[in-house]
Design a protein around this ligand. Structure first.
Ligand code: BTN
Length: 273
C-alpha cells in the first residue's frame, strides 16, 4: 500500500492532532482507498493495537452487508474502520447492533431535534431512510481475534449524489436534517462512545447497554417481515443481538441474520406482549 494517498490535513487538522484528540494508538487517514475495512484488516494482521482507526475521504470498493457495494464518494461521508480485539467471542449480531446504537447516539447529539435510530441489525436511519450502516468483519486479513468494525455514514450528499436506485431509501445527514455536520466531530463522538460502551467488548446485551440499544431500536412494536419469511411484531433484541419477533399468541421467535421490512404504517407502534 503506497503512502502517497495519506492525507496531511483532514477537516482542518493533521491526522496526528486527531489521533491525540481521540486518544487512539494509531490513525491513518487516506485520500482514496479500496475499502477502509481491508486496510484496517491489513493493519490488524500486522499487529496494530486495538482501537487503531482508518478513515478515507473516498472508497473505490466500499462494501456493505451481503456483498453489496457501499457508495463512498469523496468528501461526502464518514468512511471509518476501527480495529477491535475482543477478549472473548462476541455473538455475531451483538457487536453490529451495539455499534449501530452507538452511531445513532453520536448522531443524536449533533442533529437534535431529528431522531436517529437503529434498524436491526446494522442500519442507522433518520426519518425512515438509511443514513448509515455497520459492517463488522472477522477473519481474513484481520488475523486471529481481531474484529474490524466498519462504519459508513452519509453526511453531505444531496439527492442527486445518490444512485437513482438508492434515492428512495437512502439519505444523508444533510438531506434529512438540513445540517452540515462536521465529520471530525461525528467521528470523535462515535469513538468516544465506542470506548464507553464496547471496550471491553460486551458478551451479552444486558443492563445499561441493553437499555441504551433499546432506546434506539426503531423496530420494537412494529409489524415486520424478515428476509427468511418470519413475520410478526418486533419484540426487542435478545442478549446475543438476535431480533425477537412475537406472533399473535405472543410466542417469540429469534432471528439471527437477514434483513427486515416494515409491513404496516411505520409510525404505528404496538404494545409488545
Ligand atoms: C451496510 O449497511 O451494508 C454496511 C455499510 C458499511 C460501510 C462502511 S464504510 C467504512 C467501511 N469500509 C467498507 O468497505 N465498508 C464499511
Amino acid at each position: 500500500m503506497s503512502g502517497a494517498s495519506l492525507l496531511q490535513v483532514w477537516e482542518g487538522r493533521p491526522p496526528h492532532a486527531w489521533r491525540t484528540a481521540w486518544g487512539l494508538p494509531a490513525l491513518e487517514i487516506r485520500a482514496s482507498i479500496g475499502s477502509t475495512n481491508d486496510r484496517a484488516g491489513e493493519l490488524a494482521a500486522a499487529g496494530v493495537p486495538a482501537f487503531s482507526v482508518v478513515i478515507a475521504e473516498e472508497q473505490t470498493a466500499g462494501r456493505g452487508r451481503s456483498g453489496r457495494r457501499w457508495a463512498s464518494p469523496p468528501g461526502m461521508g464518514l468512511w471509518m474502520s476501527i480495529v477491535l480485539r475482543p477478549e472473548a467471542v462476541t455473538p455475531r449480531p451483538l457487536l453490529s447492533v451495539a455499534l449501530g446504537a452507538v452511531v445513532a447516539s453520536a448522531l443524536e447529539t449533533l442533529v437534535t431535534p431529528a431522531v436517529p435510530g437503529l434498524k436491526w441489525p446494522n442500519d442507522v436511519e433518520i426519518a425512515g431512510r438509511k443514513v448509515g450502516g455497520i459492517l463488522c468483519e472477522t477473519g481474513g486479513a484481520a488475523g486471529t481475534g481481531a474484529v474490524i468494525a466498519g462504519i459508513g455514514i452519509n453526511v453531505r450528499q444531496r439527492a442527486d449524489d445518490f444512485d437513482p436506485e438508492l434515492r428512495e431509501n437512502a439519505t444523508s445527514v444533510l438531506l434529512a436534517t438540513g445540517l452540515y455536520v462536521d465529520r471530525a466531530e461525528l467521528a470523535g463522538r462515535i469513538l468516544h462512545l465506542v470506548h464507553e460502551w464496547l471496550v471491553p467488548a460486551p458478551r451479552k446485551l444486558e443492563g445499561e447497554l441493553a437499555r441504551h440499544v433499546a432506546r434506539f431500536d426503531l423496530l420494537r412494536g412494529r409489524q415486520v417481515v424478515t428476509s427468511d419469511g418470519a413475520s410478526g411484531l418486533a419484540a426487542g433484541i435478545a442478549p446475543d443481538g438476535a431480533l425477537l419477533i412475537a406472533d399473535e399468541r405472543g410466542a417469540r421467535r429469534r432471528v439471527l441474520a437477514g434483513s427486515v421490512t416494515l409491513t404496516r404504517d411505520p409510525r404505528r407502534r404496538e404494545r409488545v406482549p
